[in-house]
Design a protein around this ligand. Structure first.
Ligand code: UDX
Length: 435
């Protein structure tokens, strides 16, 4: 199939590269000339495990190209995917400016039948608006269909999520469009769920909000565990073993961050408000998420008493491991709070430093080149993101380098007993502290 993907961010680039990898001919379109140029030169603007290899392999095989021209993309493809950002507005509702603009741009160059697929996360009923807009701006009577096909990629494992999806959701009101979309996804050999457009759009917000709810649920339990002396890891194992509940997304920690959950929960609240059916439960999900970092900082303050001039090492800055993405990272918020209270912060992240500098984050903190450098003379170590690298560090060295052996583990990465044996005072989330 000949496919165009408009928008070469995380979703667009991974989708385009993986479609090419299963044999489709893909043109990725982006209006950022610098990004397109660097992609044409083989430079990938983001870190995502396995992505660089897939892009290079398919560019070499002439199955993947990059352009700034929407006309070229739409002209040469039967199917046009929209994968542009849908950022949040201050009130939590979704800014659909980019979607609307792309719909107009497609309409201006539409000459024959095309399927326009919305992959960006959008409020329910957006498909109808995209179709209206294209209809209004096309020159002459050109046939087209609009389809919703939400993505469920997790950063850090986006390539494998795309290649082996749990399900593929296609919201379509047209058999013609549906049969073309099925051909796109045939090589993935995964279950395809066909719905109407509105249901497909809703599935995305409902799925992400449910996952955020699961995280807030276990985080609320972690507070009860701390108050009662229970261990949240054991509780999560115990309830997660019930197949109806499942163990995944029951990892207590500093709360969820990133470019999806905070935005999508806020959007779903705004959407339900607009529809006249307020979703109060999701407001509580947000409150618990904020409370989790507040509780953690209080724990640090209660232990260190005064934060001013305390030397604190922070491991992990990205919003989760295996990505360089620092957008809405709880770790970044944590560093900002520590700095605000006058602490001297030395932070280390395996991949995030470049993006931290690019976005001007953590101003006032020192960025260390290694995990061991960060803990040099530190009075406390805070683990904010659970990179694998931190698990294999020589803690005898860490102990020697630190001024005082105090660990605050914001992701329950380390075993409290092992840390105690190594001579650390350990504080985790929802589990007993050691002394
Ligand atoms: C999410 C969805 O999982 C994906 O399907 C969707 O399409 C995009 O949004 P992503 O934001 O990349 O993916 O990462 P995810 O692995 O879902 O983690 C989101 C946040 O939740 C991270 O900050 C992570 O640390 C946190 N989290 C996750 C927890 O605190 N506990 C958990 O058990 C799982």
């Amino acid at each position: 199939m000949d496919i165009a993907i408009i928008g070469s961010g995380y979703v667009g680039l991974v989708t385009g590269a993986c479609f090419a990898d299963v044999g489709h001919s893909v043109i990725c379109v982006d209006n950022d000339q610098r990004k397109v140029k660097s992609l044409q030169n083989g430079i990938i603007p983001l870190y995502e495990p396995g992505l660089e290899e897939v892009v290079h392999r398919n560019v070499s095989a002439n199955r993947l190209r990059f352009t700034t021209s929407t006309a070229e993309g739409v002209g040469q493809s039967q199917i046009v995917f929209i994968a542009v950002p849908t950022p949040p507005q201050p009130d939590g509702s979704v800014d659909l400016t980019y979607i609307e603009k792309v719909a107009r741009e497609i309409a201006e160059v539409l000459k024959e039948y095309r399927v326009i697929v919305d992959k960006s996360t959008v409020p329910v009923k957006t498909g109808e608006k995209v179709a209206d807009t294209i209809r209004r701006y096309t020159k002459g009577a050109v046939e087209f269909d609009v389809v919703s096909n939400p993505e469920f990629l997790r950063e850090g494992c986006a390539v494998s999520d795309l290649m082996n999806p749990d399900r593929i959701v296609i919201g379509s009101n047209s058999d013609r469009a549906l049969s073309l979309l099925k051909k796109v996804y045939e090589p993935f050999m995964s279950p395809i769920m066909v719905t109407d457009i509105n249901s497909a759009e809703l599935i995305k917000h409902a799925a992400n909000s449910f996952l955020a709810l699961k995280i807030s649920y276990i985080n609320a339990i972690s507070a009860i565990c701390e108050a009662s002396g229970a261990d949240v890891e054991r509780v999560a194992d115990g309830i997660g073993a019930d197949k109806r509940i499942g163990r995944s997304f029951l990892n207590a920690g500093l709360g969820y961050g990133g470019s999806c959950f905070p935005k999508d929960v806020a959007a779903f609240i705004a959407i339900s408000d607009q529809l006249g059916v307020p979703f109060a439960l999701l407001k509580e999900v947000q409150r618990i998420n904020q409370n989790q970092i507040d509780r953690f900082i209080k724990k640090i303050k209660d232990t260190l008493w005064v934060l001013k001039d305390k030397r604190i090492a922070v491991w992990g800055l990205t919003f989760k491991p295996d990505t360089d993405d620092v957008r809405n990272s709880v770790a970044i918020e944590l560093v900002a709070q520590l700095l605000k209270d006058g602490a001297i912060v030395k932070a280390y992240d395996p991949k995030g430093a470049e993006k931290v500098a690019e976005f001007g984050l953590c101003k006032g903190a020192v960025l260390a080149k290694s995990a061991l450098e960060a803990v040099e003379n530190a009075e406390a170590l805070v683990l904010a993101t659970e990179w694998n690298e931190f698990q294999s560090i020589d803690f005898v060295q860490v102990r020697k380098k630190m001024h005082t052996p105090l660990i605050f583990d914001g992701r329950n990465l380390f075993d409290p007993e092992t840390m105690k044996e190594l001579g650390f005072i350990y504080h985790g989330i929802g589990r007993a502290s050691t002394r």
